[in-house]
Design a protein around this ligand. Structure first.
Ligand SMILES: CC(C)(COP(=O)(O)OP(=O)(O)OC[C@H]1O[C@@H](n2cnc3c(N)ncnc32)[C@H](O)[C@@H]1OP(=O)(O)O)[C@@H](O)C(=O)NCCC(=O)NCCS
Length: 171
C-alpha cells in the first residue's frame, strides 16, 4: 500500500497485523495519570455540548469515579459512576468512546464495568441523563424515567433547559 511505511511509523494503529500475547486494550479504574488522556477524549464532546463541561480540578477530585478503556497507552473510552448511597442508586456520567473506536462494543464493556462497580457498592439502579444517546442506552436495557425518580440531591440540580432524558437500569 502506498504510504504504508509512514502509516506504520506515525500512527498508533500502524498497518497490517500484529500478534500479541494479550489484548492491547484494558478496561480499568482510572488514576491521576489518566487525567490528560481523559481530557483529550472528552474536550471535543464538551465543545459540541454532548457532555457537560468538567474542569481539570474537578476531574482530579473525582478521578476514582472513572473507568477507562486504555489502548496502547491512550484513553479511548471513559465513564464515571457517582453513587447516591442512601437512595441505592448511582449516576453514570461522562460516557464517551473515541470516534475512531466506536461500534466495537466498548460502550457496552464500559457499562458492564460500571454495573459491577455499582453492585459492589450495594446500589440497585443506575441512571443517566443524556440529550443525544437515548437510543443507545435503550438498546442497553435502560428505560425512561422522570425527574421525581431521581435522588433528591440530583433533582435539585436537574437542568430543565438542557431537557436531558432520564434513563434508568436495574443493576
Ligand atoms: C454512546 C457511545 C458511548 C457508544 O459507544 P460505542 O463503543 O460505539 O458503543 P457500542 O459499540 O457498545 O454500541 C454501538 C452500537 O450503538 C449504536 N450507537 C452508538 N451511538 C449511538 C447513539 N448516540 N444513538 C443511537 N445508537 C447509537 C451504534 O450504531 C452501534 O449499533 P450496531 O451495534 O447496531 O452497529 C458513543 O457513541 C459516544 O461516545 N457517543 C458520544 C458521547 C455520548 O453521547 N455519551 C452519552 C452521554 S452521557
Amino acid at each position: 500500500m502506498d504510504g504504508s511505511l509512514i502509516q506504520e511509523l506515525f500512527s498508533v494503529e500502524g498497518i497490517g497485523t500484529q500478534i500479541v500475547m494479550e489484548s492491547a486494550e484494558k478496561v480499568r479504574s482510572a488514576n491521576i495519570d489518566d487525567i490528560a488522556g481523559i481530557l483529550d477524549l472528552i474536550r471535543p464532546l464538551e465543545e459540541h455540548g454532548i457532555l457537560v463541561r468538567r474542569s481539570r480540578e474537578q476531574l482530579e477530585q473525582e478521578i476514582e469515579r472513572f473507568t477507562i478503556v486504555e489502548r496502547d497507552g491512550l484513553v479511548i473510552g471513559c465513564a464515571a459512576l457517582y453513587p447516591f448511597q442512601e437512595e441505592k442508586t448511582g449516576e453514570m456520567a461522562c460516557v464517551a468512546v473515541h470516534p475512531d473506536y466506536r461500534d466495537g462494543n466498548r460502550g457496552g464493556v464500559l457499562l458492564n464495568h460500571i454495573r459491577h462497580k455499582a453492585r459492589a457498592m450495594g446500589l440497585e439502579t443506575i441512571f443517566v441523563l443524556t440529550t443525544r444517546s437515548v437510543h443507545w442506552f435503550r438498546e442497553q436495557g435502560f428505560y425512561e424515567a422522570d425527574v421525581p425518580s431521581l435522588p433528591n440531591g440530583k433533582q435539585a440540580l436537574y437542568n430543565y433547559q438542557r431537557r436531558s432524558k432520564i434513563l434508568m437500569l436495574k443493576v
